[in-house]
Design a protein around this ligand. Structure first.
Ligand SMILES: Cc1cc2nc3c(=O)[nH]c(=O)nc-3n(C[C@H](O)[C@H](O)[C@H](O)COP(=O)(O)O)c2cc1C
Length: 241
């Protein structure tokens, strides 16, 4: 399939065939999902790939008994891990340092490594820290004052940072769904689920938040509900000349 064909092939499938899909191929699609763009390359996501029939049955109940869940061959739960920001920043700093040593001219090494140390060692922990809304309020105050003198990002509250990790995770989910479509496999993204039950079934760590559950399988005849309906493009497209 061409890229356009893949995009058009992907539909939200609500009824799957009772057919096995290859776990390794789904896993490979998840590996591709990690190539998604993500905020500051912090990769604050995790993927829980559910293949066990008993767990799938429990998950289907937690997904409100939707047919997209009850007929699924496998599921992937996309999870945000904002709580891991310190360890991820440390890992990315190490990778970025290697990247600089490999790809930057030697005379730029120390300056660029220092910048990365500032960014991942100081700024990221400051931006991602959360405790009863206090660090977020301090950040908001800082950017409100700083913004009087120069352009600054204003979305730095604790809720804003949750949005950041969730949008990053959703990009991974979309990359996954397109990779699955490229394999001729089908998916349905779901936010219709009981998060407490899903957390319990998967034994998720306290700092994890569920972004999306994506059911997987092969489309049954009639498993797609009707034509793809979209607003007229002219209503959503604004060209600024
Ligand atoms: C974040 C998100 C949550 C969704 N939740 C559900 C859901 O719980 N159940 C469902 O059947 N479809 C769900 N959908 C699928 C949408 O209804 C579907 O993408 C939309 O109707 C467009 O259809 P298409 O995906 O076939 O193009 C969800 C989609 C997204 C992006």
């Amino acid at each position: 399939m061409t890229f356009k064909e893949v995009v058009l092939y992907r539909r939200s499938v609500r009824h799957y065939k009772d057919t096995h899909i290859d776990t390794d191929k789904v896993r490979a699609c998840l590996e591709l999902a990690t190539m998604a763009p993500n905020s500051s390359n912090m990769q604050l996501w995790e993927f829980y790939h559910v293949t066990h029939p008993v767990v799938l049955r429990k998950m289907a109940v937690a997904c409100l008994g939707q047919m997209a869940a009850t007929t699924a061959s496998q599921m992937v739960v996309f999870v945000t891990r904002q709580d891991l920001h310190r360890s991820r920043a440390k890992m990315i700093l190490e990778l970025e340092t290697q990247n600089i040593l490999k790809n930057s001219p030697p005379e730029k090494h120390s300056q660029r490594i220092r910048q990365r140390q500032m960014y991942y060692g100081k700024l990221m922990p400051f931006l991602y820290s959360s405790f009863l809304g206090i660090p977020g309020t301090i950040r908001k105050l800082a950017v409100t004052v700083g913004g009087l003198f120069r352009p600054v990002p204003h979305e730095v509250s604790e809720n804003d940072m949750r949005v950041v990790v969730h949008k990053t995770c959703a990009l991974a989910a979309q990359t996954f769904m397109l990779a699955m479509a490229n394999e001729g496999y089908d998916t349905c993204p779901m936010e219709g689920f009981d998060s407490r039950r899903v957390r319990k079934i998967l034994d998720l760590p306290a700092g994890a938040e569920i972004n999306m559950v994506v059911s997987c399988g092969l489309r049954e005849k009639g498993g797609i509900w009707g034509d793809r309906m979209r607003l007229p493009f002219s209503q959503v497209y604004h060209r600024i000349d």
